[in-house]
Design a protein around this ligand. Structure first.
Ligand code: BG6
Length: 293
């Protein structure tokens, strides 16, 4: 792994639970990215508080999803649509990804590129011919790009998400703007379709909303820390907003009892009606670019 190190900018190291991570430290920012799941767990532009939330109770173990950061969700979102017994949110977040390369850009940004190809486990789930490439660029912005190619002779339909957990001071004093007028699936109310009015999303109970057919930039407003987290995206038609609130958090073994107060997920996704359909040989790219003001 150390052949991908970049002196004074990126090194690979052994991490808790027998995992391996890239540790990036530049003049602009620091970040950690685990090989399992190609999972960014930490990104802090210099002078800022951490932008990503990770639970103190998260598991760090082979095959176990990390609770926080940016889980890469592929090829289904939530429960698998066909009802077969399959892990929630697909298999990509629980698998080891290969490193394709690392790069120091002019200007100091550091990029890591990972790939995920079919293996015995993905074939068991019926995914035998795809190629996914995920690149993370760390600087004053966190840029992520998820590109999927269909290598099969048949069409491929899949869902995906960059399931980003943002750190906030207090959920009662935070909101998400950018989604006014969208139709969303309310997963806390029998998957009913609802329409958001002319307001921001505020969280005052368990919230699990898949906003459909929206390409809009979203902003997380944190009134206590007096910061705005801006999420710009492309190739993504869904945005998911999730906070488990009090009771659901209590039932989650990998979250601490008060974690719900300090996190909000704003996920750059293609889910439900916005699943991606790829003809043989075609590819699709989803990007998210995050900055703090
Ligand atoms: C959200 C889903 O994206 O992720 C929720 O909309 C789900 O329904 C949440 O509870 C967390 O999922 P998991 O599998 O990481 O516990």
């Amino acid at each position: 792994m150390s052949r991908f190190d970049i002196p004074n900018a990126l090194r690979f190291e052994d991490a808790p639970g027998g995992l391996v991570r890239a540790v990036i430290s530049t003049a602009a920012a620091e970040a950690d990215v685990y090989l399992q799941g190609a999972h960014v767990t930490h990104w802090t532009p210099r002078g800022q508080r951490p932008v990503l939330f990770v639970s103190s109770k998260s598991r760090f173990a082979p095959g176990k999803a990390i609770r926080g950061g940016v889980p890469v969700i592929f090829p289904w979102f939530g429960a698998r649509g066909d009802g077969s017994p399959s892990p929630a949110h697909g298999f990509a977040r629980n698998m080891g990804w290969a490193i394709e390369g690392t790069k120091l850009h002019n200007g100091g940004n550091v990029e890591i590129t990972f790939s995920l190809a079919p293996n015995d486990a993905t074939r068991e789930f019926g995914y035998a011919a795809f190629h996914v490439c995920f690149s993370v660029t760390v600087g004053t912005e966190l840029e992520m790009e998820l590109e999927t190619r269909n290598d099969a002779k048949e069409p491929l339909t899949y869902e995906e998400a960059l399931h980003t957990y943002f750190a906030i001071a207090d959920i009662h004093r935070a909101s998400v703007s950018g989604l006014t007028g969208t139709t969303y699936v309310d997963k806390t109310d029998g998957f009913k379709r609802k329409k958001l009015g002319n307001e921001s999303v505020r969280i005052a109970k368990e919230t699990d909303q898949v906003h459909l057919s929206t390409k809009a930039t979203c902003v997380v407003h944190d009134l206590v820390w007096n910061r705005r987290i801006i999420v710009e995206k492309s190739g993504s038609d869904s945005t998911v907003v999730w906070n488990p609130w009090i009771d659901k958090t209590k039932g989650m073994s990998d979250m601490a009892p008060d974690d719900w107060k300090e996190m909000i997920c704003v996920e750059t996704a293609n889910a439900a009606d916005n699943a991606v359909h790829l003809s043989p040989g075609a590819s699709h790219k989803l990007t998210a670019s995050i900055r703090v003001e």
